[in-house]
Design a protein around this ligand. Structure first.
Ligand code: UTP
Length: 299
């Protein structure tokens, strides 16, 4: 069975970023650099590379720097010497014609942020990519493409990226309950999903990993989802509602060297920056030598 192609993405980026204070007092967390690029540019480049034609960014209070970032008119850019690639500027000069913004006036949770994309999505299947999480996917076919292909090939209302986490970490994530073992290659159906369960209640150790493909029926479920954990409208609660009503959802796991970098807390942000900087073609080797020296000093 072949479904309609996914041509649209919603990127929620309206969260307050309070875990990164004071860095987020006057700038969006999505503008924090990871290696040479702000986080949000990594996310947009990943989505564009998967041939998604148009993007709706959900922004809000103090997020205007994100919109400015995707302009090409900054005087300084023209003054700088070097190719667009060297400067880390998106090569796709028409991108701004396909980037739309909607404001979430009150931060009522990820589910509410996604619900703001309903008019933009206009009845089509769509991708959700969290604006504060980068995916590193070094081999072909890239992760996002695998996710989109798995969705196109199945009769499901959602295809969710997941990754295994340690038993102690399940309390931080949405955790899925798969029907049978999660296959390394290919999708697995799930029977349930729970937001931040207690360790003893976790139905598995597979956590949702910040990328989802949905059919538009999600919006009907979001409209019926009441505030849950933390008083927020949780995306996982809407997915749970769909499952309870008999809709099918599947998960696709990260593989091999693929990594998810959530920059929402200092620990994971530091690790993301470190990994990305170590992979930098120009500076990575020098940084690695510096760190080796540092660690040897401390040993
Ligand atoms: P988080 O759960 O990290 O929440 O959001 P947060 O508000 O951004 O950060 P803290 O907890 O205050 O530190 C996960 C994703 O959902 C988006 C965020 O921008 C991020 O991409 N989000 C969250 C929204 O767009 N709106 C919301 O109301 C909440």
């Amino acid at each position: 069975m072949q479904r309609r192609a996914v041509r649209k993405a919603v990127i929620p980026a309206a969260g307050l970023g309070s875990r990164l204070l004071p860095c987020t007092k006057s700038q969006p967390k999505e503008m924090l650099a990871v290696g040479r690029l702000p986080t949000i540019q990594h996310v947009v480049e990943e989505v564009v590379a998967a041939d998604i034609a148009t993007i709706c960014m959900v922004t809000g209070w103090q997020k205007r720097a994100i919109e400015d970032h995707f302009d090409l008119s900054h005087g300084g850019l023209h003054a700088l010497k070097g190719s667009a690639e060297e400067l880390g500027v998106l090569a796709d000069r028409d991108l701004n014609r396909r980037l739309f913004y909607i404001r979430q006036a009150e931060q009522r949770g990820l589910g509410d942020a996604v619900a703001h994309g309903e008019q933009f999505v206009a009845g089509e299947p769509f991708l959700v990519a969290l604006g504060d999480t980068i995916l590193y996917s070094p081999t072909e076919p890239r992760l996002l493409r695998r996710l989109l292909e798995a969705h196109a090939a199945a009769d499901v209302c959602a295809t969710i990226l997941v990754e295994p986490v340690s038993p102690a970490e399940v309390v931080k994530y949405g955790i899925v309950s798969p029907i049978g073992p999660v296959a390394d290659h290919g999708p697995t159906l799930i029977r349930d999903i729970v937001e931040k369960p207690a360790v003893e209640d976790a139905p598995s150790h597979y956590a949702v990993a910040s990328r989802y493909v949905f059919e538009p029926v999600l919006f009907e479920a979001l409209a019926r989802t009441r505030p849950g954990r933390g008083g927020e409208i949780q995306l996982t609660d809407a997915i749970r509602l769909l499952l309870q009503e008999g809709h099918r959802c599947q998960v696709v796991p990260l593989q091999g060297a693929e990594r998810r970098y959530d920059i929402g807390g200092f620990g994971s942000y530091f690790r993301a920056f470190c990994d990305m900087a170590l992979r930098d073609p120009a500076e990575g080797a020098g940084l690695r030598a510096y760190l080796r020296g540092k660690l040897a000093e401390e040993a």
